[in-house]
Ligand binder design. Structure first.
Ligand code: AMP
Ligand code: ZN
Length: 457
């Protein structure tokens, strides 16, 4: 079976062939640590965690996800809060790692910090100046986009179009308005490092290129991140990286996750709909949030809403319900072919989930204990690739009961009693059951296709 990815650079699905099958390299842009991560930030972390799990089955993977701890947003947050930059970045890095752990995201092999790579950054900028791809102006060092004819290939924009966009900062010291900052001066109140161009700090794009060069090499196999990073961040990474390496390919496969919206709206501070992972983790187990994040294909937009969370909880109830009472295999079990095939197809997680539920149905309808145990092993192995359903089912149901005191079976039994009361026209009893469930945080909705229930949160 071949792994296929949609490559943003070529705009088509391509078979994944690593440059060196004994060492596959992957880099994903990590968080800028100046506040708590929101649910959108969790999407790339979870999606590329699934990809890392998949690749590790076949290859020795070196996966790097950085921590951006030098950024003007961090400086602004430190000023606003009256704290030091180090206090801010340490606290929010810690919080990010805790949140990721709660989502079952495995630690990457390398988690570089920008602050530990300043000499690498200065070195790369020096080389770019030396080869005529960058120039010093007014205390800044800028990358000259005119020096790289392929600029715009990733985002598919013409240079003139790029420049017409309002997103490029116009400054008198630039030779060309599209030129971007590699190094900028810091005043005495701003964090900075000594450099050949005076005391200053790096621009955002050069940080990732330098950490990639240091930890993964000149050409990497896979680079990931959210679609918002295609331009300018990744476009600029390619320009710098390619020019610093004598024109060699910077990255072979570019994978970008789609955006997560909340109740069909873009998450934004001004709309007041930014959902912090911290808060969501108080409402639902990390595993529920993880499954919800994997319910859509990674390249598609994902709409986050209460129904999605309730549905994911129910799905986990079903998965754990099927595994209940069945032994955990004492030997490694291969994931089902159909689950692998779905993930090999550009990480089709909804299809992989559907295949898991096909196994659940088979398991629930079989009364052959040996067959059930073998199906349970396959189910666990397949779910492991997605990073779900790995705990003891009893622990899951004990945790779920902690919220409402009711398991899925308890709820279904009460719904049946209510349906019976209704068909006997005992509406007082039917209402009593509904109110009792509501008091336990279970909302029920009668629809054309029967009664559905969901837990609050
Ligand atoms: P930042 O800390 O803003 O640099 O973002 C970290 C990662 O989260 C990047 O890969 C972004 O593309 C991604 N990201 C930010 N917001 C969203 C969102 N609403 N949906 C999906 N990914 C997002
Ligand atoms: Zn980056």
């Amino acid at each position: 079976m071949n792994i296929e990815f949609y490559n943003t650079l070529t705009r088509r699905k391509e078979r994944f062939v690593p440059q060196d099958p004994s060492r596959v390299t992957m880099y994903v842009c990590g968080p800028t640590v100046y506040n708590f991560a929101h649910i959108g930030n969790a999407r790339p972390a979870v999606v590329f965690d699934v990809l890392a799990r998949l690749l590790r089955r076949s290859y020795r993977l070196v996966y790097a996800r950085n921590i951006t701890d030098v950024d003007d947003k961090i400086n602004a947050a430190a000023r606003e809060r009256g704290e030091s930059i180090g206090e801010i970045t340490r606290r929010f890095t810690q919080a990010y790692l805790e949140d990721m752990q709660a989502l079952g995201v495995q630690a990457p092999d390398v988690a570089p910090l920008v602050t530990e790579h300043i000499p690498d950054i200065i070195d790369m900028i020096t080389r770019l100046i030396g080869s005529g791809h960058a120039y010093e102006a007014d205390g800044h060092v800028l990358f000259s986009v005119a020096s790289y004819p392929d600029y715009g290939a990733l985002s598919g924009r013409e240079t003139s179009e790029l420049l017409a966009g309002a997103r490029v900062e116009v400054a008198t010291y630039k030779r060309d308005p599209g030129d971007f900052v590699l190094w900028k001066p810091s005043d005495t109140d701003t964090v900075g490092w000594d450099s050949p161009w005076g005391r200053g700090r790096p621009g955002w794009h050069i940080e990732c290129s330098s950490m990639i060069e240091r930890h993964l090499g000149e050409t990497i196999d896979i680079h990931g991140g959210g679609q918002d990073l295609i331009f300018p961040h990744h476009e600029n990474e390619i320009a710098q990286g390619t020019c610093a390496h004598g024109g060699r390919t910077y990255c072979r496969y570019w994978l970008h996750n789609g955006f997560l919206n909340v109740d069909a709206e873009k998450m934004s501070k001004s709309l007041g709909n930014v959902l912090l992972l911290r808060d969501l983790l108080n409402e639902a187990p990390g595993e529920v949030i993880r499954l919800a994040l994997l319910s859509a294909r990674y390249r598609e937009p994902l709409d986050w809403n209460d129904a999605l969370l309730a549905d994911s909880r129910r799905k986990l109830d079903r998965l754990y319900g099927a595994l209940r009472g069945l032994p955990v295999a004492d030997h490694p079990v291969d994931p089902p072919e159909a689950v692998l095939a779905a993930l090999y197809d550009d990480l089709n997680t909804p299809r992989a989930l559907a295949e898991l539920f096909a196994l659940v149905r088979e398991l629930n309808t079989s009364d052959d204990q040996a067959r059930r145990a073998s199906l349970a092993g396959a189910l666990r192995a397949g779910a492991d690739l997605l990073g779900i359903a790995q705990q003891d089912p009893e622990a899951w149901f004990a945790g779920v009961q902690g919220d409402s005191g009711l398991t899925e079976q308890d709820i279904e039994a009460r719904l049946q009693a209510r349906a019976q009361a209704r068909s006997a026209r005992d509406f007082a009893e039917a209402d009593r059951i509904r109110d009792e469930l509501a008091a336990l945080g279970i909302t029920i909705e009668d629809g054309a296709d029967g009664t559905r229930w969901r837990r609050a949160g």
